[in-house]
Ligand binder design. Structure first.
Ligand code: AMP
Ligand code: GLY
Length: 423
């Protein structure tokens, strides 16, 4: 088979690495890809939002399956464009990707179908939102409706902060049109867990659990980022919690989308909060998490191409997923100053050390090739992943591997997976 991957981050590198292990695959392309993905795929300089050019490329190169990694093209309807051209593609259509593309949509869906989530109200008018806040309980959570690079969520401790938040999101349009509508919701407390799943329109198969670390600094301080590290599985995600979520959250979400005439094919990412009142959905994403994919896929035993095909064809009920009985930790190496201001173009040393080491991986997030060398090219640069027989050894291995890499402004969190000590 010939496969095209759309995307350019650490997640797409992990997807490319996993696809490359399938005996069915003879050639992989990635658009636009990055310097690490090049090891497994021929990178083509077409951007993820250039749907027509991507579809034309897929036709011309007789691509058997295209896999969309990123949220923007999915929400923008890339799958519909490919399907209209008769091309096979893994990912939700536009009318299903709205599960991630609109928080107001996903909240209304959960309310209508009784799926546990935080209480909320949606607003399209800033004055109404401000009036609502006058009598609200704090802390409270403001969310821009649309895609905002994971940064459109504000947790406000006081009325003054919340008023500023409404100003930023709805009036100043800090996140652009994503802020035309806003959800205001109840603040939940508990442990967060990410559960990724494959869905074929009717059947859902969940992957092993993971947990992300969104804040930039040690001890969950500093600004929100795209994710500074992950571990898998989550020791807090017990069998009982899983059974509850399968019944009350996962299958009901898939059924709800089908009932709404929006059958979902692809990956649903459930962002969960394990509250004292049971698990609740914080958010849905319509794709693999980044950097969740970097710890989940290395532990997956099943051929991912078989799973992709089953999701497209609606035959997932005939498959079970298998994961290794071990653990993985991913530490993101970023450029110092991320997510605000940082320098790029620094030469990266030590990448070759990973080549002959089983259970150690370096997934590229923001890198480029310059004069034959690999240099930093983004805020998040690399995801260093290591496996171990349990979380503690995976974490020790990951932090050892972090030392193999050097670049001038290397920055990383030192406490990825620290929560596992409390388990
Ligand atoms: P989201 O993009 O919806 O996952 O939100 C980003 C982050 O904000 C989540 O990972 C949580 O840490 C936090 N968050 C979102 N919604 C809530 C909520 N209702 N209560 C507390 N924290 C939240
Ligand atoms: N790691 C969170 C996300 O991919 O949105």
């Amino acid at each position: 088979m010939k496969i095209l991957i759309v995307g350019s981050g650490g997640r797409e590198h992990a997807i490319a690495w996993k696809i490359a292990q399938s005996p069915k695959v003879e050639k992989i392309y990635c658009a636009p890809g990055n310097a690490g993905i090049e090891e497994y795929a021929e990178c083509v300089p077409i951007k993820a939002m250039e749907f027509e050019r991507l579809a034309a490329f897929a036709k011309e190169h007789q691509i058997d399956l295209t896999v969309i990694g990123m949220d923007d093209p999915l929400v923008g309807g890339i799958v519909d464009v490919f399907e209209a051209e008769g091309l096979r593609v893994f990912g939700p259509r536009k009318n299903a990707a709205i599960l991630e593309g609109s928080k107001a949509f996903s909240k209304d869906l959960m309310k209508k179908y009784g799926i546990p989530t935080a209480a909320y109200e949606s607003f399209t008018d800033a004055d109404e939102a401000l009036r609502y806040l006058e009598t609200a309980k704090f802390p409270i959570v403001l969310k821009a409706d649309g895609l905002a690079l994971g940064k459109g969520v504000l947790i406000c401790n006081t009325l003054a902060e919340a008023k500023d938040g409404v100003q930023e999101i709805m009036l100043d349009k800090k996140f652009g049109t994503a802020g035309n509508c806003m959800v205001i919701e109840e603040f939940l407390t508990g442990r967060e867990v990410s559960v990724l799943s494959f869905v074929d329109g009717r059947t859902i198969r969940t992957m092993t659990s993971a947990q992300d670390h969104k804040r930039a600094g040690d001890g969950d301080t500093g600004l929100n980022t795209g994710g500074m590290g992950t571990f898998s599985p989550s020791p807090f995600y017990t069998k009982e919690i899983d059974e509850f979520c399968q019944k009350a959250i996962y299958q009901p979400t898939v059924d709800a989308m089908a009932a709404e005439g929006r059958p979902f094919h692809g990956v649903i990412f459930f962002g969960l909060m394990l509250t004292a009142d049971g698990p609740k959905v914080l958010e849905y994403n319509a794709r693999f998490g980044d950097p969740e994919a970097q710890v989940v896929l290395p532990r997956m035993k099943t051929d991912i191409v078989d799973v992709f095909e089953a999701c497209v064809d609606g035959t997932l009920d005939q498959m079970e997923l298998e994961f290794e009985d071990n653990a993985a930790v991913c530490v993101v190496l970023a450029s110092d100053g991320y997510p605000v201001r940082y320098e790029k173009g620094k030469a990266i040393e030590g990448l070759d050390t990973f080549k002959d080491k089983d259970g150690y991986y370096v997934f590229h997030a923001g890198t480029a090739k310059k004069d034959g060398r690999i240099v930093t090219n983004g805020g998040r640069v690399l995801g260093v992943t290591a496996k171990g027989e349990d979380l503690k050894s995976a974490r020790a291995n990951a932090y050892q591997a972090v030392e193999w890499i050097s670049f001038e402004n290397k920055y990383f969190r030192h406490d990825i997976g620290k929560a596992i000590d409390e388990a």
